[in-house]
Design a protein around this ligand. Structure first.
Ligand SMILES: Cc1cc2nc3c(=O)[nH]c(=O)nc-3n(C[C@H](O)[C@H](O)[C@H](O)COP(=O)(O)OP(=O)(O)OC[C@H]3O[C@@H](n4cnc5c(N)ncnc54)[C@H](O)[C@@H]3O)c2cc1C
Length: 314
């Protein structure tokens, strides 16, 4: 293979939706076979690559990354058999939904507006409005790491909160729901409206921190139930359970008075405090300074250590 056809130096503005940060040498294989070839070549050279999809949960450190990136976004195979979609990792959520709708299928409308690839969304078990990828994925094809190399495996995926299968996802299968295009478009419009009312439009990497979970007793002791109740709006989104409560990271950061806090070209969104937006010219350093500010403030006020959701490539 002629590697120069599928590789080049790229800036963070091209690789990530935050658009600020450094540059990296990236390979863009077009099919699984090319992906394997690139991976094998890099492993032989003892250069361990980062895997990137849409870059919508990723920030690239300032400067030049030593490690190369293999980006799946040109791996776009997508076929349907009944209600099952078979996809390669680089297919985007938007593409899948467009093609599904044309076949009387739906289901992932809750992720409309999220600039993710299916590989990345499966890896992170992306979710919103009480739904998540785990409800639809039935099989993943992945390269699982074993001693000194990778082995191809196909399995039923295992998921946790914002955590999917480990390993490199090359593709998979999802079972979608029978749904008219009209109904799917109506659901899409509803979710997009809710998203736009709550989330900033400026470049970002999505939620910076995971929501925190703790027992109801502990939350009560810390006087935190109000923050959990703030997102418990009944039905599917009621995450204030009998034993455990989920404390939205954005509410905790907001309670520290950090909405609108700025560092260089970055700002903690004044619309949703769990987003750090790029106002123009933000560096990864600006982003990280705000993330650390939020972590420290939340720890000082609530004794909660926020877990990072974004992935930092260094
Ligand atoms: C405007 C906006 C809104 C968002 N809203 C949501 C939301 O509602 N819910 C939500 O959960 N997230 C949301 N996100 C975050 C993000 O879109 C998700 O985490 C998504 O799953 C990331 O997909 P990606 O392809 O962009 O992954 P990337 O950012 O490219 O990668 C993320 C991680 O996945 C790994 N990865 C990527 N592809 C693969 C692969 N093929 N195999 C193995 N590992 C891989 C990477 O190595 C990295 O660790 C939002 C982001 C933005 C910018």
């Amino acid at each position: 293979m002629n590697y120069s056809d599928i590789s080049r130096w790229c800036g963070a503005n091209e690789l990530t939706t935050f658009r600020g940060g450094g540059r990296a040498f990236a390979y863009f294989p077009r099919i699984g076979g090319e992906f394997l070839e690139v991976l094998t070549k890099l492993m032989r050279e003892e250069r361990r690559p980062y895997i990137l999809g849409g870059g919508s949960n990723t920030v690239i450190s300032d400067g030049e990354l030593d490690a190369p990136i293999i980006c799946t976004r040109h791996m776009r195979g997508l076929t349907f058999e009944g209600s099952t979609a078979r996809f390669e990792a680089g297919v985007t959520v938007a593409e899948l939904m467009r093609e599904a709708r044309a076949r009387g299928l739906g289901g992932l409308e809750f992720l409309e507006g999220v600039p993710a690839t299916l590989g990345g969304a499966l890896r992170m078990n992306a979710g919103a409005f009480g739904c998540q990828m785990s409800e639809f994925a039935i099989r993943v094809e992945l390269l699982a790491e074993n001693e000194g190399g990778y082995a191809l495996d196909t399995r039923t995926p295992r998921f946790a909160y914002r955590r999917g299968e480990q390993g490199i996802i090359l593709g998979g299968e999802m079972r979608l729901l029978p749904m008219s295009a009209q109904e799917s478009m109506a659901r899409r419009a509803e979710f997009l409206a809710r998203r736009r009312a709550k989330q900033p439009r400026q470049p970002s990497c999505g939620s910076v921190f995971k929501n925190a979970t703790m027992s109801r007793d502990e939350a009560e002791k810390l006087g935190l139930l109000q923050y959990a109740n703030a997102v418990a709006d009944g039905g599917k989104n009621a995450i204030c359970g009998e034993k455990n409560v989920v404390l939205p990271a954005g509410r905790l950061i907001d309670a520290c008075g950090l909405k609108g806090a700025r560092e260089g070209g970055a700002m903690i969104s004044d619309l949703h405090a769990n987003f750090i937006v790029n106002l123009g010219g933000a560096t990864a350093g600006d982003f990280l300074a705000l993330a650390v500010l939020a972590e420290q403030a939340v720890y000082e006020k609530f004794a909660i250590r926020l877990a990072r959701e974004f992935v930092l490539l260094t």
